[in-house]
Design a protein around this ligand. Structure first.
Ligand code: ATP
Ligand code: MG
Length: 547
């Protein structure tokens, strides 16, 4: 990271290192395996891994798997794959569930010191006694249980003597604290649910706000970075750290989460889109998940550069999704071969071109990157152009093909249209043109100019291909939980056309810039040799400007 990417968390860490408060830093990325990672998580991943790396420290990947009802190994595997794909290597791979025994012991230690008690009241009853922002809470009758009784009850909770919800373990802090999170928060709950890691070993599970600080302390995390919604929880985080019998004292620092225009950014909502079949799985190319972006054709570098550039602050923000697309173009501009694809073809017969003959014309692979060399493209009597590049009755300023007009065929010749054929529905089926051999591309011909340049694919060698074009999945106006009403039902358009002959054997994730159409990436699931399927990652141009 350059000086350009400095931010307030980096300043805190710099001070901590300079003051000698820490010898080295350790961060962690702590996803709950209850869904696939999204672009918001990428912001946190880039922040944690690159911050630690810059200060010579390390980062753990730790699954916060304390809620077995919602968690699954499928998600664990997908999250690991996504982080690896982004190019980060965790120092350690850990699970909160690795520490269940240790957490239990910490809870017992709190009980022994009179800092926790077993509650008999139901969740609703506890809530009623909790008070409000303006009124203090009321103490529960269970609050003054003896240590011995608490220890016995907590052990019974663990051994399965109670049903779900019958008891909880609460911290004994302060029922009149102005911070409601400190009004004797629940530390453990009963849930007779098998866990993806520990099976049926446990029927009590720690609450996130108790487990998380302990996990950080056990791992020697120095800076525990999280999003702003945990700010109110920080006093509880600090309380748990202060009372725990653990040497390390991690520090929680909050930053603003990433929000993107036209995007829902919560695993719960994304899961709804999947479960209710608005999309075709978590890795649907329209999804803002890392796996969806990967399948769509985004590169790790474009995602990481985006995350670095949006910065880290405490101010809530909404980032234009076109900024992410900007970094994809930046990344692929010099890397992606440029080639031609006709997405919606109409056939052109070059009536003065000899039948049965094909010539091969040289074309640069990427004019902005000479090192990529040249390719050979065929030209013959029959070619395809885009249907929208011909009009029978063009409006003014239409510079493409129309009867008695001449255009340039990219990398080939000028052609002149003299006739066309329509079917019974009035749809154009064939165009008849002549070419001028004098106008060959690269010959320096300048006797006359044409205003339009059309791309083409030669018919005899054309490879049939499928193209998937995407629009925004969510309309602009969507807000909050009504987002399902704003799902764009026309977010996917499928086209069948042709690509150049050298593209028959493309493989998954190969990326190209198709002249005029944008950047495309080979679909990893549906593409096959001889029948390629291309996802459009982004169009070529956008009105978006960076700063
Ligand atoms: P979601 O609401 O999507 O379920 P979460 O915060 O519950 O997100 P976790 O799995 O708990 O998801 O998140 C792992 C880490 O990623 C946390 O540190 C969290 O703060 C961070 N994170 C999640 N969403 C964003 C976001 N939009 N921007 C930045 N960081 C995020
Ligand atoms: Mg969550």
């Amino acid at each position: 990271m350059s000086e350009h990417h400095t931010h307030f968390i980096k300043h805190i860490v710099t001070e901590d290192m300079e003051s000698g408060a820490y010898d080295s830093i350790t961060t962690r990325f702590p996803p709950e395996p209850n869904g696939y990672l999204h672009i918001g998580h990428a912001k946190s991943i880039v922040l944690n891994f690159e911050l630690a790396d810059e200060f010579g420290g390390t980062t753990n990947l730790r699954f916060d798997d304390t809620n077995p009802l919602k968690e699954d190994k499928e998600y664990v595997d997908a999250i690991k794959e996504d982080i690896e794909w982004l190019g980060y290597e965790p120092e350690n791979l850990r699970f909160a569930s690795n520490y269940f025994e240790e957490m239990y012991n910490q809870a017992v230690s709190l009980i022994k010191r009179g800092l926790a008690y077993v509650e008999d009241l139901s969740q609703d009853e506890v809530r009623e006694l909790r008070g409000t922002l303006t009124e203090p809470g009321k103490e529960s009758p269970a609050r003054n249980r003896s240590v011995e009784e608490n220890l016995e009850l907590f052990e019974q909770m663990r051994s399965g003597a109670f049903a779900d919800g019958e008891k909880t373990l609460r911290a004994k802090i302060d029922m009149s604290s102005p911070n409601i999170n400190l009004r004797d928060p629940v530390l453990y709950r009963i849930s007779h649910t098998d866990h993806h890691n520990t099976g049926s070993d446990w029927c009590i599970y720690p609450m996130y706000s108790f487990a998380h600080p302990l996990e950080d302390a056990i791992e020697g995390v120095t800076h525990s970075l999280c999003t702003l919604e945990f700010e109110d929880q920080r006093p509880l985080y600090d309380w748990v750290i202060a009372k725990a019998d653990l040497a390390s004292e991690p520090k929680q620092i909050e930053f603003a989460r990433l929000n993107l225009t036209n995007t829902v950014m919560s695993k719960r909502k994304l899961k709804q889109l999947v479960d209710e079949a608005f999309v075709d799985g978590w890795d649907d190319p329209r999804m803002p998940t890392i796996s969806g972006l990967r399948r769509r054709g985004f590169t790790p570098e474009s995602i990481k550069q985006f995350c670095r550039e949006i910065g880290v602050s405490k101010a809530d923000n909404l980032v234009d999704v076109r900024m992410l697309e900007h970094f994809l173009r930046e990344d692929l501009k010099l890397k992606a071969p440029r080639t031609m694809a006709v997405l919606d073809p109409v056939k052109v017969i070059i009536t003065n071109y000899p039948e049965g003959e094909t010539e091969w014309l040289p074309a640069e692979v990427n004019p902005e990157n000479e090192e990529m060399g040249t390719r050979q493209i065929p030209f013959s009597r029959e070619i395809y152009i885009e249907r929208e590049d011909f009009m029978e009755d063009p409006p003014k300023k239409y510079f493409r093909l129309f009867p008695n007009n001449e255009v340039r065929i990219k990398h080939a010749y000028f052609i002149h249209c003299h006739d066309f054929k329509k079917d019974e529905n009035g749809r154009v089926t064939e165009l008849y043109c002549t070419y001028d051999p004098e106008t060959k591309s690269g010959s320096g011909f300048d006797a006359r100019k044409v205003k339009g340049t059309l791309h083409y694919v030669e018919a005899g060698h054309a490879v049939p291909a499928e193209f998937r074009l995407y629009e925004r999945l969510i309309d602009d106006e969507a807000e909050g939980d009504n987002f399902l009403d704003f799902v764009n039902s026309e977010s996917l358009t499928v086209k069948h056309g042709f690509v150049e002959p050298n593209m028959a054997d493309v493989t998954a994730y190969d990326k190209f810039q198709f002249f005029r159409h944008g950047y495309f990436s080979v679909d990893p699931k549906d593409s096959s040799p001889g029948a390629p399927v291309f996802n459009r990652v982004v169009e070529l141009k956008s009105s978006f400007k960076l700063k």
